[in-house]
Design a protein around this ligand. Sequence first.
Ligand code: ATP
Ligand code: MN
Length: 521
Amino acid sequence: MITQPFLAGVLQRTRPSDSSGGRCYLHVSPKIWKLSSAVKHLKRCTGGIGPYRWTPFIMPRTKVAQILRETLSGTEVDVRGWVRTKRESKQNFAFLEVNDGSCLANIQVVVDANVPDYAILIKQISTGASVAIIGEVKESLGKGQRVEIHARQLTVLGTSDALTYPLQKKGHSLEFLREKAHLRPRTNTFGAMARVRNSLCATIHDFFQTRGFLYVQTPIITTSDCEGAGQVFQVTTLDLAKLQQFKGPIDYSRDFFGKKAGLTVSGQLEGEIYATALGDVYTFGPTFRAENSNTTRHLAEFWMVEPEMPFYVLEENMDLAESFVRSIVKGVMDRCQADLEFFNERFEPTLLASLQNIVENEFIRLTYTEAIEILEKSGHSFEYPISWGNDMHSEHERYLTEQHFKQPVILTDYPREIKSFYMRCNEDGKTVRAMDVLVPRIGEIIGGSQREERHDALIDRMKECHLDPEDYWWYLELRQYGTVPHSGFGLGLERTVQLVTGMTNIRDCIPFPRTPKSAEF
Ligand code: ATP
Ligand code: MN
């Protein structure tokens, strides 16, 4: 059922040669503008040259964000959304708090007995019901809101059984809401999350687009395992039930792609192909890792942003990564102020201060070796002991950025044994030109490196990592034909959402989390 159209329209001067318009958008009913006074107004604007044409149209839905932003006092609007609360008074009127997702705030709607079918309709409404309201925006006399809508007409689009609707007024735990992923976007927390995520994505594209980076789409199904790390989800059309009956090796030539295939763990290798042809590029897409780690910062399916820049050495790579993190944090602070204030108030009281700190201060840069010394001398007792040559755990990363430096840190020059084959080897024979960006509350948010552009050095490294150079023939050809120094990095979108919202669990930073034993919805 759709609400009755509300008469609005455009009054336009129809002289065809006139490109300057002579156009007036009007709401002629019930009392915003009278058609006759609109004609007078238009005559004044156009010097009285007619003739005029009046084209009515159905009044468009107005989003709550727009009403609050522009304080459309005195205008008639058509608002649609979901009822968060209903307060009924005995004096034949009721307040509805309606949310339409366009912003954190609800709009208060005053419904009284002048609304047709008031008594029947108000009974049908409870938390979760969907409604359409036509009414006038007025300054609010009550506390808590600047404006409210005085309904002239109310339509209940869908009821919501108060006895069974899972999202009642009282707050729910994040764990509970994860099991209601189909309804959790209707809560303040997940509405805010969705808006923040959206703004982050927009800011990420803005950042690269304004710097002349090309957005490249790399494949989701791939036959090259980027890290050689074997955490790949396999993609196959072979009949697993049948295969079980055979002993011996599987014949992948009979599989869909004629060889073993999987879901991408990174778009980097393909990104390098385009970077060494088109210049600065970035990929931004879903990424999959079958690691069986049930942590608060790992997902089996996540989104990664991977810029790749020819002619960049590691220092330039770090400069880009730092300004990238700082500008997307700034971008989201500008675009989602109310949502971030909500997270600061409800989840992480140091959030806004820590984001301000990221935007305002340069990141600390030091080598892995220097960082290990700091950790060893710290006197702090870690769950996992740390010494040179070992990969850092998040507790070590967090100690450095949260407690020692109290701001983001970029670590470089990691031991070659713990890093991927494609990172450029340093002269010392022990370390590679890797860089990780570490941020408070999370640890690693970016991993990157200068790539090994020397053909023979790359082959040596592949062998060291027990990889077959044959499998990477096309990657090696990039080094054979017109090789250039180049660098790049990967930023995890969900960890960035964690950073800017202060949410502790990464499962609450993506609409539909995929983790071991969990892929509902
Ligand atoms: P970690 O050591 O934290 O597991 P990684 O070193 O395996 O991460 P990279 O391969 O360097 O991660 O990936 C680049 C970025 O992608 C990381 O810095 C992180 O932001 C993000 N990322 C990596 N793995 C995951 C995951 N399983 N879930 C969510 N984000 C991830
Ligand atoms: Mn990494």
